[in-house]
Design a protein around this ligand. Structure first.
Ligand SMILES: Nc1nc2c(ncn2[C@@H]2O[C@H](COP(=O)(O)OP(=O)(O)O)[C@@H](O)[C@H]2O)c(=O)[nH]1
Ligand SMILES: [Mg+2]
Length: 678
């Protein structure tokens, strides 16, 4: 490359445990950003800097680290692999010039990469694959490649063929240069001459590589047809073009733990990854007026540093103290995991954290005027919540603080949300799975010193009636001076599902004076909050048919009480029944799991409505069903364990349905116990 490069940014993404954090450590070591390598097991890596990551030996948020390689500045984003934290990866990937998909050399795990490939393809993000842990490779690389191909849109093409000694992979032949290298632990690989037994494999792999490249270039195709060997330079050019154009996905091999293959990977990134100006164009950001423009892709609330907004600069220059979107930049930091280094300015391509930008959030475009230029690709919606816990502060006095702290967590991670549920009055914390929420609770503990209790959310059962009745209700009190008197006759009737509540009156001759009728309705409505079975009542009609009044003793209160009394006495005679909420769920999963998913749904009292091929998802199905809400709590946990973690679902409330059978008694008894306890 002739011109020096602007600072670039690449993300390490891929399934949980594939070695992304280890790869970052290796890259930082090789490029001299750190002197000693930490390890995930010892909990001293640059990625995984947060206490929650260390505790679980698992990345739970994106970590950025900047370094310099052969004169070029790079920021690498170590993304969590767990499907429950995937929002972090999605947000980070929006900002990168290229993604490195790190995966393991295990055929069975290839499927885990499917949602990631799909995202990269949909978002038009250039990417390459790094098959890590080749020191442990149990499957043949060819088999792994085949499995990965089945989930990738663009062709996956090997850039290296392994050199083996017995079963162990001890080096590789680089297919672009034709050179052979032997791995050395912790050092650059050594140039060697290719062993004879590799030469056949090398030949066919190189032919395959060139043929794939030729699919996108007529000149090259012609040369291949005429048996002309293309120049090395031409091959590199085509490799660069097809990577940036996302026509071909190159595949590299290595072992991050031993720094093997990492230099090769870095060189490829250096030579072949696009410039930030190209990435900006992809995101719909043009040169415009040349004034500063940056985009926030992650928000942190560090306990000491306050709020940090991780941004990438797309235009102009960001300086400490300048005004962006109406706020003053309170510190500009280059990141190295949890460590920050203060800098005075940041130029196009750099990833920096801005301090104390209280009003900005993830996805925001920052400019001096605060105006968002037109044409910028909108930030994707946050993932829909699929798992909930009811939470409450251990100490009552902490309730308000809890709400504030949760708001900060949601700001950091938009796939988390919380609500005060109107049906059950519980505070529900929503997210992507069990670990996701446990990590959120750990953050509350570590950062805000909040002990929080969590429980299974209650199911918002309702009740209704099967039979009609007519009921008399009288409220009469005689205490000293003037008393209280109200007397009503109500007709109580069931209504069709989904109608709600209707009140009417058919009083003749002023038996209940007009001004008291709304009071009767109020008394009835108050009762509806808790019926004979303990739940809110729906789908009934109440008609005030008759009554009596007293010229002195009647009052609003007395008629309200009379209405209520009639309900209390009448409702149990109406054959009350439980209604349970039924959700419409759509599960998506690779179609080899479709019948298992159907069994999972049936086992949870689901009613399967059908299944069909998922649009634009090769080999995936969507299965839709009605599922009782009481069965959804850990559906995602079981679904993931059935589908190598890739299955997911969406849901919405559909209807209420009468609950029958042996569950009824259980629900009523639980409710009675709960009401007795409060
Ligand atoms: N044998 C071997 N183990 C590795 C390699 N890279 C990472 N690991 C181990 O794999 C585990 C998961 O690595 P980590 O970097 O946390 O994976 P991540 O979830 O993708 O960030 C750790 O125990 C690493 O030590 C490798 O190249 N070879
Ligand atoms: Mg990690």
């Amino acid at each position: 490359m002739s011109n020096p490069s602007a600072p670039r940014c690449a993300a390490f993404v891929g399934p949980y445990g594939s070695g992304k954090t280890t790869l970052l450590e290796s890259v930082l070591f090789i490029t001299g950003a750190i002197r000693r390598k930490g390890s995930v097991k010892e909990g001293n890596t640059v990625g995984d800097g947060s206490p929650e990551s260390r505790e679980r030996q698992m990345s739970v948020e994106v970590s950025a680290a900047s370094t310099e390689y052969l004169g070029d500045r790079w920021t690498f984003l170590d993304c969590p692999g767990s499907i429950e934290m995937i929002q972090e990866s999605w947000n980070a990937l929006k900002m990168v010039d290229a993604a490195v998909v790190v995966c393991e050399p295990v055929v069975e795990r290839a499927l885990m990469v499917a949602p990631l490939f799909k995202f990269l393809e949909d978002q038009a993000i250039p990417h390459l694959v790094f098959i890590n842990k080749v020191d442990t490779a149990s499957s043949r690389i060819g088999e792994v490649l085949k499995a990965l191909r089945s989930v990738s849109g663009p062709p996956l093409v090997l850039r290296q063929v392994p050199i083996r000694k017995g079963e162990a992979i001890t080096g590789y032949v680089d297919l672009a240069s034709g050179r052979a290298y032997a791995y050395r632990p912790g050092q650059a690989s050594e140039l060697v001459s290719a062993p004879e037994d590799v030469q056949g494999r090398e030949q066919s792999a190189r032919t395959e590589l060139l043929e794939h490249l030729a699919d996108f270039d007529d000149d090259l195709l012609e040369k291949l047809l005429e048996d002309v060997v293309p120049s090395q330079e031409e091959v590199y050019q085509q490799l660069t073009k097809t990577l940036r154009g996302r026509q071909v996905t190159p595949v590299f091999l290595g072992a991050a733990e031993h720094d093997n293959g990492v230099r090769r990977l870095l060189k490829t990134l250096r030579h072949e990854v696009a410039q930030p100006s190209d990435t900006a164009e992809r995101l719909g950001i043009d040169a415009g007026d040349g004034k500063a423009l940056a985009q926030v892709f992650k928000t942190y609330h560090a306990s000491h540093a306050g709020k940090l907004s991780l941004t990438r600069v797309w235009r102009g220059e960001i300086t400490d103290g300048m005004t962006l979107n109406g706020g003053r930049v309170g510190g500009l930091f280059r990141m190295a995991g949890a460590q920050q280094t203060k800098v005075a300015k940041a130029t196009v391509g750099e990833v920096v954290a801005l301090g104390r930008m209280e009003k900005v959030s993830t996805g925001d475009v920052l400019t001096p005027s605060g105006k968002r230029p037109e044409g910028i690709v909108p930030w994707p919606d946050a993932l829909e919540p699929i798992y909930a816990l009811a939470v409450s502060a251990e100490k009552r006095a902490d309730e308000v603080r809890l709400t504030g702290a949760l708001a900060k967590l949601v700001e950091e991670d938009p796939s988390l949300s919380f609500e005060q549920n109107p049906d059950t009055n519980e505070m529900l914390l929503w997210g992507q799975g069990e670990i996701h929420l446990q990590v959120a609770l750990a953050r509350l503990r570590h950062r805000y010193n909040l002990e929080v209790q969590s429980r299974l959310p209650q199911v918002p059962y309702k009740e209704t009636i099967r039979k009609s009745t007519s009921q008399h209700g009288r409220y009469k009190k005689q205490t000293g001076g003037h008393g209280q008197f109200g007397d009503v006759h109500l007709d109580i009737k069931p209504l069709p599902r989904g109608t709600g509540f209707e009140f009417s009156q058919a009083v003749v001759g002023g038996a209940v004076p007009r001004q008291y009728i709304p009071s009767v309705e109020r008394g009835v409505k108050e009762y509806l909050n808790r019926g004979p079975l303990g739940f809110p009542i729906v789908d009934i009609a109440v008609t005030l048919t008759d009554g009596q009044h007293h010229s002195v003793d009647s009052s609003d209160i007395a008629f309200k009480m009379a209405g209520r009394i009639a309900m209390v006495e009448g409702m149990p005679k109406c054959n009350p029944v439980l209604l349970e909420p039924i959700l419409h769920v759509t599960i998506s999963a690779p179609n080899q799991f479709t019948s298992n998913v159907q069994r999972l749904l049936s086992g949870r009292r689901g009613q399967i409505l059908g299944f069909q091929a998922k649009k634009d998802w090769k080999g995936w199905d969507e299965i839709s069903a009605y599922l009782p809400q009481s069965e959804i709590h850990d559906l995602i946990v079981e679904l993931r364990s059935l589908t190598l973690g890739v299955g997911t679902f969406s849901w919405k409330f559909d209807h209420l349905q009468e609950l029958t059978g042996r569950l009824v008694e259980r629900v009523i008894q639980d409710r009675a116990e709960q009401l007795a306890a409060t």
